[in-house]
Design a binder for this molecule. Sequence first.
Ligand code: PEP
Length: 256
Amino acid sequence: MRRKLIAGNWKMNMDYKSSDKLAKELIAELDKNMFKKTDVVVCPSYVSLGIVNKTIKDSEIRLGAQNLFYENDGAFTGEISASMLKAVGCEYVIIGHSERRISIHDTNETINKKLKKALEFELKPILCVGESLVEREDDIFEGVIEEQLMECLKDIPEDEFKNIVIAYEPVWAIGTGLNASPKQASDIHAFIRKVILGLYSAVSSEELQILYGGSVNEKNSKEMISAAGIDGALVGGASLKVNDFVSIIKTASETK
Ligand code: PEP
């Protein structure tokens, strides 16, 4: 039985004080029982990782970053390495978010290098894949997602793949208030599992956690998270509001 995972992507929001305040509020609201079958990750901005780590380290909440760079160290102004993330307490890292693919030119090739670096440093990558609105309307979305998976996972051996979580995030649903229907998301999750079966073993395909992301909130989380093959959510906007995020986590913890 796969565990549920709810990850909050705080994006470029909140300074370190507000991030710490939100982390403290989350701890106060979350009940130990909620973590029995559900993992919870928060991904603040780099400058808030240290303080949030201090606040959550004795709780069940896990820390994630929103990106990393694929080199170990050196003259890469403005970038951050896997070892730096590890040292500050990260266990997870989001890789290949569509906002970075679109605005900051992350490509399948650089994402592949980032995944390998994250895995080398025992960070759990949350690999984001998903199609644009045009690709959905042109009915080429499966091909797009397959290509993303094949290129991003190139030369990643099965024993390392086991540490990867995949988030299906249709670009047209991120931060737009539009979300995929549970059936649309379930269909793609099944398709992703099929592609993974072609690359790895049946066990890896079956055990893979696949999150849905795209305007998940406290109102739609139940129907999304309980849909077939959906193992949780990557949540942007709603993860910034303590009550909404707690409600999504509670829903996940009550969902079979
Ligand atoms: C995201 O940032 O990955 C995301 C899904 O954002 P939102 O929930 O705001 O659509």
